[in-house]
Write a protein that binds this ligand. Structure first.
Ligand SMILES: NC(=O)c1ccc[n+]([C@@H]2O[C@H](COP(=O)([O-])OP(=O)(O)OC[C@H]3O[C@@H](n4cnc5c(N)ncnc54)[C@H](O)[C@@H]3O)[C@@H](O)[C@H]2O)c1
Ligand SMILES: O=P(O)(O)OC[C@H](O)CO
Length: 324
């Protein structure tokens, strides 16, 4: 099965490298001409994943039509751009594996739901989990959730991309896999704030645990399964992203915690911190579902410019309650 990858950022490039194992052909679509040239001519994505030598069986293109002959497509454009990128070409019944983590602003749709709207004939799968691109590209051991309602198709996709260092675990809970990945980005910003404001490791552990509680409340309200949220794509990714400055979301939070503004921190960056875009739409979606998400609310207020001290005080002065 020839794999196509839509999106030439760090994660799309790392996944192309995974799919190219043992010289299997992979077609990588990138938006930037310099990425296409860098991959084809220098076997490196100098813009988004520099220093990683790429397989010669990856060929890059800026024309989505060149991916029409692929047996499956990994969709790795940032969540807010999936509709525009994926809607540009009709891929018919080619299976789509969504790898972005976020919720679309405006529509409040998960990425898989957006994909289903723009490619109605395509079977949908979701690949998500604790996966820093540079570690995956370096062949370090990594495990992910690969969720697909059609178990046979999920198994074929898993076989095609698995390697000893890259282990997909099968699930049929597509919504659960998506919600874990989208929500953890917002919570990672919160944990970064704790680091930046030097609130201590107790506070960070408390945020991870209470953040997981709100991820679970929201996920269950949207039809996710608890076991998925407690798995690689939920708790697993939450732990990773909430504890490392390798995370763009965590790093954004560190800056906010140090008192810098979101505008300053997000200006001119070429890499994506999905949590900044997901937080406001997650707040809306939570309100719609009648779910309380105080950590998400705090992140939204910080992104809107509220002072760290005030936001922390508001979180800590909430009425005492049962742990649930
Ligand atoms: N980097 C990681 O370690 C990692 C791991 C797992 C999942 N992800 C997810 O993968 C998705 C892509 O992230 P990334 O890290 O590969 O990106 P990146 O930050 O490395 O690069 C930015 C990407 O955004 C694209 N982009 C910018 N403006 C665009 C526009 N107007 N239209 C379409 N595309 C545009 C660029 O072409 C580039 O591919 C995100 O949802 C992210 O959460 C990333
Ligand atoms: O750098 P981040 O915060 O986008 O996190 C990357 C991946 O989602 C980690 O699993």
């Amino acid at each position: 099965m020839k794999i196509g990858v839509i999106g030439g950022g760090a994660w799309g490039t790392a996944l192309a490298q995974v799919a190219a194992r043992e010289g299997q052909p992979v077609r990588l679509w990138a938006r930037e001409a310099e990425v296409v040239a860098s991959v084809n001519e220098r076997r490196e994505n100098a813009l988004f994943l520099s220093g990683v030598p790429l397989s010669s069986s990856i060929s890059a293109t800026d024309d989505l039509d060149d991916l029409r002959d692929c047996g499956a497509l990994l969709v790795v454009a940032p969540a807010q751009h999936v509709r525009a990128v994926l809607g540009a070409v009709d891929f018919g019944a080619t299976p789509l594996v969504l790898c972005a983590k976020g919720i679309e602003a405006g529509s409040r749709r998960l990425v898989g739901e957006v994909a289903q709207e723009v490619q109605p004939a395509a079977p949908i799968a979701v690949l998500s989990g604790p996966t820093f691109a540079h570690e995956v590209a370096a062949g370090q051991p990594t495990a992910v959730t690969l969720a697909c309602a059609d178990e046979a198709l999920g198994a074929r996709l898993a076989d095609r991309i698995a390697s000893p260092a890259f282990r997909p675990y099968a699930s049929t809970d597509v919504i659960g896999a998506e919600i874990g990945g989208a929500v953890k980005n917002v919570l990672a910003i919160a944990c970064g704030v704790v680091e930046g404001a030097r609130l201590g490791q107790n506070a960070r552990a408390a945020l991870i645990a209470r953040g997981f509680a709100e991820m679970t409340r929201f996920g269950l309200a949207r039809g996710a399964r608890a076991e998925t949220l407690a798995g690689l794509s939920g708790l697993g990714d939450l732990v990773l992203t909430c504890s490392s400055t390798s995370s763009r979301n965590f790093s954004l939070g560190v800056g906010l915690g140090e008192g810098r503004s979101a505008g300053e921190l997000l200006a001119d960056r070429r890499t994506v911190a999905e949590g900044a875009f997901t937080a406001p739409v997650l707040r809306e979606a939570a309100a719609e579902a009648g779910v309380e998400m105080p950590v998400t609310e705090a992140v939204c207020r910080l992104l809107e410019g509220a002072a760290v001290r005030e936001v922390i005080a508001a979180l800590l002065s909430r009425p005492l309650t049962r742990e649930r």
